[in-house]
Design a protein around this ligand. Structure first.
Ligand SMILES: *Cc1c(COP(=O)(O)O)cnc(C)c1O
Length: 433
């Protein structure tokens, strides 16, 4: 096992993903390729759904934050597993619709939804729209009115927590492009406004404090602040929120040094925190919604590349260049995100080299990682980067006119293409001659 049970080493010394030989997968589908173990995603969905039902009752609905990995097939999988989803754009809504995802189980987010986005959501019958600000509130009320509809909404609130420096800077992200802050009074103000809107039905509040969070403490702080806000709103307006959406953000183990998060336990802890917090604040226990993205899909994925040049700069470092890079995984370039890499055809050999894995873009920052432990690399090796299921394909670009890799799903020991490889013809398809 390498990090997770679905990554292992076969008898021939090759990396296996979901029991399939990664070198064979590279041969069959070419490189670079995203390999996603669908069974792992299904298992993660079940873990969240089961925990949510145990902790919050039979109508609990965890949402998959689909910006983490978005293509038609993933919405089918999540629909089958019985979760709801978050969408953050017209494109995600369109893709969910393409998969016949049940619209009432969609929550629509975004800090600047256009009128066209709002119309699309209303016309699709999206269950819940998470309203970000005053202009959107008014626009949505008018557009729902034109349709003779009454749209269920939540209001996005910024509780003022920075999950990584929390307590030190409790109001860290009051300065955010998202939502309305409690401390400035704007959250109460927009709540009052929402309650006067005839075509909107306010169900409660939403907050999302960040991502790659390994501790439960930031959620404790967020829940406490949100429940006190619910109590304040009740005292000021008589409205008692029925729904509290605490967002996503639970962390994922990408490298050996990262901690493992027990997601079922985290859900149980959050449930307990909200139950106690509601009692303390003197409000009814709301329906609690969680929106995991990364933690449902990241570990399920691996990207397979072919090694090209191996360049040693004496006294400096060794560059291992692969046939992909920042266009398929921009996360090192963006946030110095850490990943585990290995040579799939030498997976049983010791990782006795330290390398910089580089892509093939004309850009020095086009790196997958630095100082990465790796087996001895040679041209033609298959290099695997693990845990690339989240925010890789969904963030991919065509920078340098590089076609996007395919997405290959593994299910019950079989591999199938879920998104085909882009071709050069695809690249010029939108160009007007
Ligand atoms: C991105 C996002 C999530 C998911 O975050 P993860 O870190 O992937 O779990 C959930 N809710 C909202 C509103 C988001 O923007």
């Amino acid at each position: 096992m390498i990090l997770y049970p679905h990554f292992d080493v076969g008898e021939n010394g090759h990396l296996t993903i979901g029991g399939l030989d990664a070198v064979e997968l590279a041969k069959e589908f070419g490189t670079p390729a995203y390999i996603i173990d669908e069974d792992v995603i299904r298992e993660n969905c079940r873990t969240y759904l089961k925990a949510a039902k145990v902790c919050f009752g039979p109508d609990a609905l965890p949402l998959y934050a689909s910006k983490a990995l978005s293509f038609t097939g993933i919405y089918r999988i999540v629909a089958e597993e019985g979760l709801g989803i978050d969408c953050v754009s017209g494109g995600e809504l369109y893709t969910a619709k393409n998969a016949d995802f049940p619209a009432e189980r969609i929550y629509f987010h975004g800090n600047n939804k256009t009128d066209a986005d709002l119309c699309q959501a209303l016309d699709m019958g999206v269950g819940t729209i998470v309203v970000d600000g005053r202009e959107e509130l008014e626009a949505l009320n008018a557009l729902a009115g034109e349709r003779g509809a009454r749209q269920k909404i939540l209001l996005r609130i910024t509780p003022g927590i920075d999950p990584h420096t929390h307590r030190a800077i409790m109001t860290g992200n009051v300065d955010s492009k998202f939502g309305s802050a409690i401390v400035t009074g704007q959250a109460l103000e927009i709540t009052r406004a929402a309650l006067t809107m005839p075509h909107l039905s306010l169900a409660g509040f939403h907050c999302h404090i960040g991502s790659q969070i390994f501790d439960i403490e930031p959620f404790r702080d967020a829940a406490g602040i949100m429940l006190h806000f619910i109590a304040d709103v009740k005292a000021a307006t008589g409205f008692e929120a029925k729904e509290l959406n605490l967002g996503g953000g639970l962390g994922v183990r990408y490298i050996e040094e990262d901690r493992t998060v027990d997601y079922a336990k985290a859900v149980a802890e959050i449930a307990e925190i909200v139950r106690k917090g509601a009692a303390e604040a003197g409000v009814a226990m709301p329906r609690v919604i969680l929106e995991p993205g990364r933690s449902l899909v990241a570990a399920a994925g691996a990207t397979l590349y072919t090694v090209g040049s191996v360049k040693e700069i004496p006294g400096f470092r060794r560059y291992v260049s692969v046939d992909g890079g920042m266009p398929d995984n921009p996360r090192y370039a963006l946030y110095q995100s850490q990943y585990t890499a290995l040579i799939a055809n030498k997976a049983a050999e010791p990782k006795d080299h330290r390398v910089t894995v580089a892509g093939r873009c004309c850009e020095s920052g086009d790196l997958i990682g630095e100082n990465m432990p790796l087996q001895s690399p040679e041209r033609g090796d298959i290099l695997a980067v693990l845990c690339t299921g989240a925010y890789n394909y969904s963030m991919a670009s065509n920078y340098n006119r590089i076609p996007r890799p395919p997405v290959v799903l593994l299910h019950k020991g079989k591999a199938r293409i879920a998104v085909r490889r882009e071709t050069y013809a695809d690249l010029v398809d939108l160009d007007v001659k």
